[in-house]
Design a protein around this ligand. Structure first.
Ligand SMILES: [Fe+2]
Length: 162
C-alpha cells in the first residue's frame, strides 16, 4: 500500500472539507497514534493505517451521520485489489473497525480496538477530552498515550481557529 496513491485516490472523492474535522489531518493523527499504539498492543499496523485513511471518507456531513462507518466498510472492500491487497482476515478486521468505529464499543479484536482508540484519542480536535473508560485498550488509557494524542489534537484545533 502506497500512502501517496491512496491520498490521490481519496482527495477528489471526499465530499467534505479536506482540512476539516473529519479530513486528512485527522486521518494523519489517527494513523500516527494508531501505529504508535500498534507497536505495544500487537495490532496489525497495515489494518490500523488503512482504517486511519478510510474510516471517515464516506461521511456525508461533519455532524450526525450514523451510517458512515458502514459505508466506509463497504468502500474498504471495494478498494481491495485496487489500492491494497489484504488477506481475508485483514480485510475482515478493517471492515469491522470501520463499520463500528462510532458505535461506542470497547471490546473486540486487539487490531479493531487499537483502531477505535486511535480515533477516539483525537477527540480533542473538537473540544472533547477522551474519557479513559470509553477507550478499549490499557495502553490507550495510560496518561502518556492520552496526553500525546490529545496534545496533537488540541494544537491542531488551536492553529485552525486562531
Ligand atoms: Fe475519525
Amino acid at each position: 500500500m502506497d500512502a501517496v496513491s491512496l491520498a490521490r485516490h481519496l482527495r477528489p472523492r471526499f465530499q467534505l472539507d479536506w482540512k476539516g474535522i473529519h479530513g486528512a489531518s485527522h486521518w494523519a493523527r489517527v494513523r500516527a497514534i494508531g501505529l504508535h499504539m500498534a507497536r505495544t498492543t500487537g495490532a496489525d499496523p497495515l489494518v490500523v493505517e488503512l482504517f486511519a485513511w478510510l474510516h471517515d471518507t464516506q461521511r456525508h456531513n461533519d455532524g450526525r451521520d450514523p451510517l458512515h462507518g458502514d459505508r466506509s466498510a463497504r468502500y474498504a472492500h471495494s478498494l481491495q485489489g485496487e489500492l491494497f491487497d489484504l488477506t481475508s482476515r485483514q480485510l475482515e478486521l478493517l471492515q469491522e473497525a470501520c463499520r463500528h468505529h462510532s458505535d461506542g464499543f470497547t471490546d473486540g479484536d486487539i487490531t479493531v480496538c487499537t483502531c477505535w482508540d486511535a480515533d477516539r484519542l483525537d477527540l480533542g480536535r473538537v473540544g472533547i477530552t477522551p474519557d479513559p473508560e470509553r477507550l478499549c485498550t490499557p495502553f490507550a488509557q495510560t496518561e502518556a498515550t492520552r496526553s500525546l494524542a490529545h496534545g496533537r489534537a488540541v494544537r491542531w484545533a488551536g492553529t485552525r481557529w486562531h
